[in-house]
Design a protein around this ligand. Sequence first.
Ligand SMILES: Cc1ncc(COP(=O)(O)O)c(C=O)c1O
Length: 408
Amino acid sequence: MHVDLPPQIMPLDAILPDEPLLMMGAGPVPIPAKVAAANGIVINHLGDTMAQIIDQVKNMSRYVFQTDKGTILGVAGPGSAAMEMAIANLVVPGSRVLSVVNGFFSQRLAQMSERLEANVQRLEVADGHSADLDAVAAALDAYTPDVLTIVQGETSNTVCNGELAAIAQLAKSRGCLVVVDAVCTLSTMPLNMDEWGIDAVITGGQKGLSCIPGVSLVAFSEAAWQHIHQRKDTLRHWCLDAKLAEQFWYKKSYHYTAPVSGILAIHEALRLVCTETLPVRFERHLRCSSALQAGIEAMGLKLCVAPPARLNSVVGIDVPLHIQASDLLRTMSQRHRVEISGSFGNRNIVRIGQMGEQCRTHNLFRTLHALGSSCDSLGMHVDLPAGMAALESTLEAFNRSNKVATAS
Ligand SMILES: Cc1ncc(COP(=O)(O)O)c(C=O)c1O
């Protein structure tokens, strides 16, 4: 032995805070106790028990992705691995790819396609705006792509592509395979894979599904699956080869040792979504995010994106120039034990997530208070009571209109 033991090895207790921070950033998000418990279990990755769990994961995923006949595959990896699985299986060298680029993650889909030697045309969308249907139509006409890539919610700059349904339907009608990144949005807002004509939907665990990071899902349409099976070339990504993954996800046999604990956690996360039902879950997300946005604005802060391009799943806030976003994050974390996110790049913004367990009223009150109080202590006066009141009254207004709707 020539390598000595490190001089000091600390147990996790000595590193982690006594009480976990409230994770209100752009992901990972808090996970329910059932998901955490499932993540602590290890079972045989093959065999009848696993087969039953995989069946349920696929069935529940079909509901969450809103696809009857889609092929569901799990990926042992981050949301980016699921992005890469979709791209690697649908894009062949020389494919013509039209990438609608709103920000960092939609750019990543374009870069992944370029690495596969596709001819990529980017349709750059102006900052703070969502993709425009007419502009996409013109690009489809001019470029005649084989594959269109687009993100539903661009977490990096908090823009939502609200015309996604029409864009997907249009691209599909032009014979194009449509790949949608729904990593931050799935189960937080409507996405109807079959109805909208989407060929691949990508999601990660750690956002809308309120699960752990590192286990992700992809759904392929029938057309996408046919394309995959008709390919004659050998895929460059062994782990991400959908035909190899099919061995595990549909034929009860070995591809690689599946991340069993993560799959059990995803099972529980999906089960909680199915128990809540999508309409109720969408309403909870809309209600909580709208109330948070109202509270932030009533305090006197400015949101980065104006409606209708504003994403509800992650809310971006412009930080006034005399305060550093990093100081605001640090104060919220150290003084209030609330963790939110900064920006991608050098914009002076902070982002608050509204995904899964983040959309609970008690989390909203604590987060908004931490935000306002931290701004104040950094020398930026905000009207904290007005913000808290707007949060409360917006939640109430949603409750009242819900009661009226239920009664009528
Ligand atoms: C919209 C979107 N796509 C893709 C990703 C990539 O996911 P991961 O970081 O798990 O690779 C993220 C992560 O923040 C995201 O928000």
